[in-house]
Design a protein around this ligand. Structure first.
Ligand SMILES: [Ca+2]
Length: 171
C-alpha cells in the first residue's frame, strides 16, 4: 500500500512537471517540418543555399529544389519554369522537385546524388530546347532508363523505371 501511494505521488509529480515544462516547450516555436527537411538535405547535399522557406539552390541557382509546404502540399504543383527541366518525387508533378537550368545542357554529367534526389524520380517535365537522357546509376552508368525530349513531360513513370533515376545528361 505504501508503495502504491508513492507510485501515485510520483506519477502526480511527473504530471505536474510535464504541465509546467511541456507548456513552455510548446509555446516556444515548434520545429517547422519543412525547415527540418531542408536542414537534412543541406547536410546531405553540400554546397546548397536555402533561398526561401522551401527552396534550396545549388550552383548559383542552376539547380533549385522546391519542397512542398503545408499550405501548397495539396494544391496544384507549380509548373516547371521556362528554360528548365524538372524532376518530381511523386507522380503528377508532386512532392519535392528539382529543376535544372538549360545552360547545364552542355552534355555534362549531373549526378542526382549531389542534390539528395537519388532513386526518387516519379514524374518529370522538360521546358527546354534540349533533350535529356536519364540513367540508373551515377556517372551515366547502368541502363538508360528514359529520355526527356524537349518540351515534353511525363505524369508518371512506369513501375520498372520508377524511383531509379541516379544521373542525367542534357544535350
Ligand atoms: Ca518517387
Amino acid at each position: 500500500m505504501k508503495h502504491r501511494l508513492a507510485a501515485i505521488l510520483a506519477a502526480f509529480a511527473a504530471a505536474v512537471a510535464l504541465l509546467a515544462t511541456g507548456g513552455a516547450t510548446v509555446a516556444a516555436a515548434a520545429p517547422d517540418p519543412t525547415q527540418q527537411k531542408i536542414d537534412r538535405i543541406l547536410a546531405q547535399a553540400p554546397g546548397g543555399t536555402q533561398t526561401s522557406k522551401n527552396t534550396i539552390a545549388w550552383q548559383n541557382g542552376d539547380v533549385v529544389m522546391t519542397l512542398p509546404t503545408g499550405k501548397n502540399a495539396t494544391a496544384a504543383p507549380a509548373p516547371c519554369p521556362d528554360g528548365r527541366f524538372c524532376l518530381y518525387e511523386a507522380a503528377n508533378f508532386g512532392g519535392r522537385s528539382v529543376s535544372f537550368r538549360d545552360r547545364l545542357c552542355d552534355n555534362r554529367v549531373v549526378n542526382l546524388t549531389a542534390f539528395n534526389f537519388n532513386d526518387v524520380t516519379s514524374s518529370w517535365a522538360n521546358n527546354t530546347d534540349f533533350d535529356v537522357d536519364v540513367w540508373a546509376a551515377i556517372g551515366l552508368g547502368g541502363a538508360r532508363l528514359f529520355q526527356m525530349f524537349s518540351f515534353t513531360e511525363s505524369m508518371g513513370l512506369t513501375r520498372n523505371i520508377n524511383d531509379q533515376a541516379s544521373s542525367l545528361n542534357c544535350y
